[in-house]
Design a protein around this ligand. Structure first.
Ligand code: BDP
Length: 326
């Protein structure tokens, strides 16, 4: 090779390492939350780790704040490979993969440690496999989404009787519709991004979510009564479109998976902090918090839901295995 030829090759190599190699892949990611949300920060971190560890061959850009659409659409887009990665709540997958309903069931988890042990263990792995087979998306790790509680516009909820006749927004999932009905209220499925306006205009009387979403979506401005019903701890997944995944080398898969687990560890830590910060923020903004100390009457009303969604032997077995996780 001539001297100039060699210089050119070396220069190209330096360029490739220093910036983007010619074969760099640009990945587009979907996320519903605002940029400073724990999930958003963890997704960004995931992208940074992957870029570092692949020398910029895989560059992941997360579009925050539902810029690429609402969750139900994003699920379809990801299944088709039009979006490369995402963080989804399990609820909008409930109708598509019925086994995920079990993790959505009210009061299924004793506490957050129980939830972590379940999703990070064999049950989580099995659900991940089912989601991969049926939805064309590869689950790499799990995020926390805390406990979801009821909030309303015009009066506080103290007992299940206070729910009578209220219109409550839910995610798109039959289980969620039935859960609200079991409490004597009416469920209105709506995309996350439409909840604020629906509360503001009185199209709905209330909704339910964790502290960070109640705060970051500013629902607290228009629904001033939050009651700690903590009726569901449905977790979230971090996924990659299967088409993308299948084309990766085993080494790159390992990089993505390991980095996703690290991102999840970060998310869980940020989550715990944010739950508290969000609660403090809305309380300072004058929200009336009703502490529900006795959840037994709430749990009792959920029995028909367990019958309907976990009555089949395979589902019941899944519930029993989750309950047995120590
Ligand atoms: C939030 C979840 C998000 C859901 C949203 C909702 O993080 O994935 O879309 O609730 O209620 O807590 O739609």
């Amino acid at each position: 090779m001539s001297r100039t030829g060699l210089v050119a090759v070396v220069a190209a190599a330096v360029f490739a390492i220093g910036s983007a190699p010619l074969s760099a892949q640009e990945w587009r990611g979907w996320n519903t939350h605002v940029p400073d949300y724990p999930n958003s920060r963890a997704l960004d971190r995931w992208g940074e780790l992957v870029a570092q560890r692949t020398n910029n061959r895989i560059r992941m850009r997360t579009f925050h704040s539902a810029q690429l659409g609402q969750q139900d659409e994003a699920i379809q887009q990801l299944r088709l490979g039009a979006i490369d990665f995402a963080n989804f709540n399990l609820s909008p997958l409930n109708n598509l993969v019925p086994e995920t309903q079990v993790l959505t069931l009210p009061f299924i988890f004793r506490d957050v440690t129980h939830l972590h042990k379940t999703v990070d263990g064999p049950v989580g792995d099995e659900l991940a496999k089912l989601i991969e087979q049926r939805l064309n998306m590869v689950v790499l790790s799990w995020f926390d989404a805390g406990a979801r509680s009821m909030y309303t516009r015009s009066r506080p909820i103290r007992t299940p009787a206070d729910m009578q006749g209220l219109k409550i927004r839910v995610q798109t999932s039959d289980l969620w519709v039935d859960l609200i009905r079991a409490l004597g209220a009416n469920a209105t499925p709506l995309p996350f991004g439409e909840v604020y306006t629906a509360l503001q205009t009185g199209v709905i009387d209330g909704a339910e979510n964790n502290w960070p979403s109640y705060e970051s979506q500013r629902h607290f401005e228009v629904a001033r009564f939050y009651s700690t019903t903590e009726h569901s701890n449905v977790p979230e997944i971090v996924v990659v479109a299967k088409g993308r995944w299948d084309r990766l080398s085993p080494a790159d898969r390992e990089i993505l998976r390991t980095a996703a687990r690290e991102a999840s560890a970060l998310q869980r830590q940020l989550w715990a902090e944010r739950e508290k910060a969000s609660r403090d923020k809305v309380v300072a903004a004058g929200v009336t918090v009703t502490e529900i100390t006795d959840r037994a009457p709430w749990a009792a009303l959920m029995a028909p839901l367990y019958e309907k969604y976990a009555g089949a032997p395979s589902m019941r077995a899944l519930v029993d295995r989750i309950r047995a996780v120590q």
